[in-house]
Ligand binder design. Structure first.
Ligand code: NAP
Length: 324
């Protein structure tokens, strides 16, 4: 379907890892009218500020990539902030988008919406079939609410107001713009930093928590951005044919997973670390496997373009540059 490249598109969270990749993708595709606001300029948890932003800007489309995100420690320590901030942002943006006439919106969720013991690979239909992982339950509940907000507005106003609000659920992401904080980062940026530092200091060994056997899936963030724009641009008939009114979200995964030990070996190669990698099996492993079923998106015609090796190489180059 022909896209209007001059339509006004608001990308919420454009300075984040995913939001910035979405802006890069839209610009590369020739979209000319992208609206952004920093957190300091517009607090999306503030209803009055969001209302006045939408009344003034009146975008045609919205990508909702702003969220309060964090690892297990942050989620466990600040559960009230995680549920409150995310619920407020979603409710404000989705409701004010509707009120100001936004016809199409894309909400970004997360694979943590699925039950802790979901059948692998996790398909869209696993949503609300079991108990969530307790450490990030408040965050996951807010993400589920985001999907249900989109669906409820579609159900109530889809026919009368022509709105079409969609959701995508990414697997673990990595790449430019990632958080490399020494204590509070995801597995890929954490290992990139540790192997880089081990290489610089000529350390003989890097010790990794757990047995190295859990399997995880990783997607390069520019592939996630491409998938987001792909889903946003889908013709309504096609989107509706592949989703249901009350199960409208689409998984975005890489398609295959690897063990933490295999991942560590690839990151050692990408960073040039040549020492030993040791696994401390006295430390916890987490879930044995977290792998998304992306067949719905694949059947719609989308596939990732970036291999793990090449994505890790680019991620490391960017990280190494930032350390100079
Ligand atoms: N990273 C992953 O591996 C991953 C995996 C699955 C799903 N996702 C999803 O993808 C989305 C984006 O994640 P990300 O990794 O890009 O996160 P990120 O890098 O932390 O970016 C989030 C952005 O949202 C902004 N933000 C937070 N609270 C705000 C508020 N109250 N008002 C305005 N802006 C606010 C942040 O600005 P400040 O920094 O200034 O607060 C930041 O720019 C999230 O919904 C997340 O659940 C990410």
């Amino acid at each position: 379907m022909q896209q209007d490249l001059n339509q006004k598109i608001y990308v919420a969270g454009h300075r984040g890892m995913v939001g910035s990749a979405i802006v890069r993708n839209l610009q590369a595709k020739g979209y000319t009218n992208i609206v952004t606001r920093t957190h300091a300029e517009l607090d999306l948890a503030n209803q009055a500020e969001v209302k006045s932003f939408f009344e003034v800007e009146r975008p045609n489309q919205v990508y909702l990539a702003a969220a309060k995100v964090g690892g297990i420690h942050a989620n466990n320590s600040f559960p009230a902030e995680f549920i409150y901030q995310n619920l407020m942002m979603e409710a404000n943006v989705i409701h004010q988008a509707f009120s100001s006439g936004v016809k199409r919106l894309l909400f970004l969720g997360s694979s943590c919406i699925y039950p802790k013991l979901a059948f692998q690979p996790m398909s869209e239909s696993a949503l609300l079939t079991g108990t969530l992982e307790p450490t990030n339950e408040p965050y996951a509940i807010a993400k589920i609410a985001g999907i249900k907000l989109c669906e409820s507005y579609n159900r109530q106003y889809g026919q009368t107001h022509g709105i079409d609000y969609r959701s995508v659920m990414p697997t673990n992401l990595y790449g430019p713009g990632d958080n490399y904080h020494p204590e509070n980062s995801h597995v890929i940026p954490a290992l990139i930093r540790r192997f880089h530092e081990a290489k610089i200091s000529n350390a003989l060994e890097v010790v990794i928590w757990g047995t190295g056997t859990p399997r995880r899936e990783f997607l390069y963030v520019d592939d996630m951005a491409a998938a987001s724009v792909f889903v946003m641009e889908l013709d309504k008939k096609v989107y509706d044919q592949h989703t249901e009114l009350m199960q409208s979200h689409i998984n975005v995964g890489f398609g295959s997973d690897i063990t933490i030990a295999e991942l560590a070996a690839k990151i050692a190669t990408a960073t040039g670390y040549a020492g030993n990698i040791k696994f401390d099996s006295s430390k916890p492993d987490g879930a044995p496997r977290k792998w998304m079923d992306s067949s719905k998106l694949n059947n719609l015609g989308w596939k990732p373009q970036t291999s793990l090796e090449s994505g890790l190489k680019t991620a490391y180059e960017q990280f190494a540059l930032s350390q100079k």
